[in-house]
Write a protein that binds this ligand. Structure first.
Ligand SMILES: [Zn+2]
Length: 249
């Protein structure tokens, strides 16, 4: 079966040689997968438009010994909104890097592909980009099994009240008595914990119902960054650019 179909989003593109691209797809069928698109950087190449980052398409691939090659593509959605606005592009690039860094090749997860498509729609068209990015971070962490404990103290199991702290290293929230268990723990309001619980389980289409004050947004940003750093070991390349774009608006 040398030819196969892929319902996928292009999450990364690297130049290869004079006119080729090495693409990283996130697909419904096979999860993350890399493939070569021969000639895709030539102006009139038929693969050109369908191999742009953010594109959702139906791809026909040819299996090879090394990297598979893209033989045909049909664009389902090009997500132009993500290319035409700098802040949306920065947010989208950041989210795709989070996805790329947190996933391994050929490990499909049924719920991750529809979540990615919903997130791209939200990032391309939604009105609250910052919250969309937070929802993507929390949603992907929980879908991959890295969800922090948010209902009871991760150290003693006591129910959490208004005063709490968040420890990325211990994987959840700490009650005031256990706070000293992690010197790096981030102080967090009850409302922020509730928002985190909502983001971990609510569909992205219901994000508009969440109203968050600026201080809770800052706490959320700090918490998701700490969680990603714990999982990945280092900051994401596109994180600094996203911060720069968002602070400059
Ligand atoms: Zn405790």
């Amino acid at each position: 079966m040398p030819l196969y179909n892929l319902n996928a989003v292009v999450i990364k593109s690297q130049n290869l040689g004079e006119a080729d691209k090495v693409l990283t797809f996130y697909s419904h069928e096979r999860g993350k997968l890399r493939a070569v698109a021969r000639g895709a950087r030539r102006p009139r190449n038929r693969l050109r438009a369908g191999t742009e980052v953010f594109t959702h398409g139906s791809y026909l691939l040819f299996a090879n010994q090394g990297l598979d090659t893209v033989s045909q593509c049909e664009i389902v959605e090009s997500f132009r909104g993500l290319r035409e606005n700098l802040e949306r592009a920065a947010a989208g690039t950041y989210c795709l890097e989070v996805l790329d860094r947190l996933t391994e090749e050929e490990e499909p997860r049924g719920d991750l592909f529809p979540f990615l498509l919903a997130a791209l729609h939200l990032l391309a068209e939604g009105s609250d980009l910052e919250l969309a990015v937070r929802a993507f971070e929390v949603g992907i962490l929980s879908r991959l099994g890295y969800a922090p404990e948010l209902t009871a103290c991760v150290s003693c199991g006591a129910p959490l009240k208004e005063e709490a702290a968040f420890s990325a290293a211990l994987g959840g929230a700490l009650c005031p008595k256990c706070r000293a268990a992690d010197g790096q723990a981030i102080p967090v309001r009850g409302g922020t914990l509730a928002a985190l619980r909502y983001l971990a389980r609510a569909p992205l289409s219901r994000l508009g119902l969440l109203r968050l004050p600026a201080d809770s947004r800052a706490e959320l940003r700090e918490i998701t960054r700490a969680c990603l750093l714990t999982q990945l070991g280092r900051d994401l390349n596109s994180a600094a650019f996203l911060t720069l774009v968002q602070e400059g608006r």
